[in-house]
Ligand binder design. Structure first.
Ligand code: IPE
Ligand code: IPE
Ligand code: MG
Length: 255
């Protein structure tokens, strides 16, 4: 991995980029290869994306790698994905650590084999002090699971007497969600042409800009990511205000 000087000013980069990495299966089928070949090729796009974030000052990257619904796929494909995760953890963690990447797995990890779980925890422990990039990998993740999990953690805090039930609000619930310590998602990119969330981050996407592109995930490179970031910059983020208000505050430098 080679990291060159910044091509986009960090001040303009989205602080948090989330990606639904979709289209691996179709990419492989177009080449008359098994779907698992597409998943393997997708790893190159993943490396290019991490490099892109490091180079452009994007501090948080959240990748949808395996949804809570993906267990419904044929056993052979699920097995191939699990093998791929194991190999990737063996191969990539040291290099990512060398680049200052903090790896975080989000989702219900309890469903994975003990071997895979141990390696995920090892990668998280090893990289926990790194700050160049938070790379969050969503595995056995569902946005509804995240909401239910946050509700359960809050209920447990109520039972322990640490939180009053009538003190539950957006602000007091927020810390129980995945990614609570990172900035809100600015840009959600979905590759592969579908225009849906597929139970990815629900709470965390509340005010994200959504960009859907037809490019299949294995074809993603820095040029594709650059055009998604440019599309993000073309959007006016109003957060409920009027356009005139937003323009007035950006002229005076107040967000
Ligand atoms: C996304 O690619 C990767 C995973 C869901 C693991 P797909 O495997 O969904 O590819 P398509 O959508 O079938 O082309
Ligand atoms: C979403 O892609 C999950 C991941 C990219 C890991 P899917 O391909 O599983 O989504 P649907 O089923 O087409 O909505
Ligand atoms: Mg898909």
């Amino acid at each position: 991995m080679t990291i060159d000087s910044a091509s986009t000013s960090p001040a303009r980069a989205p602080r948090h980029l989330a990606i639904v990495m979709d289209g691996n299966g179709r990419w492989a089928v177009q080449r008359h290869r098994p779907r698992s070949f597409g998943h393997r090729e997708g790893q190159k796009a993943l490396r290019a994306t991490i490099e892109y974030c490091l180079r452009n000052g994007i501090g948080s990257l959240t990748l949808f790698a395996f949804s809570s619904e993906n267990w419904k796929r044929p056993d052979e494909e699920v097995g191939a994905l699990m093998q791929l995760f194991l190999k990737a953890l063996d191969r990539e963690v040291d290099e990512l650590h060398g680049h200052g990447v903090r790896i975080e797995f989000i989702g219900d990890l309890g469903a994975f084999s003990a071997e895979l779980r141990e390696r995920m925890h090892k990668a998280m422990r090893k990289t926990q002090a790194n700050r160049a990039l938070f790379a969050n990998v969503a595995v056995n993740y569902g946005g509804r699971w995240d909401i239910a999990h946050a509700a359960r953690l809050a209920a447990e805090a109520v039972t322990r007497g640490e939180l009053a039930a009538d003190a539950i609000s957006e602000a007091t619930l927020a810390p129980y969600f995945s990614l609570a310590e990172q900035p809100p998602v600015d840009l959600l990119l979905r590759t592969g042409g579908e225009q849906r969330i597929s139970n990815f981050l629900l709470w965390q996407l509340a005010y994200a800009e959504l960009v859907f592109i037809d490019t299949l995930w294995p074809d993603v490179d820095a040029t594709v990511l650059d055009s998604a970031v440019h599309e993000f910059h073309r959007r006016e983020r109003r957060f409920g205000k009027t356009s005139a208000q937003v323009q007035a505050s950006s002229a005076t430098g107040n967000a």
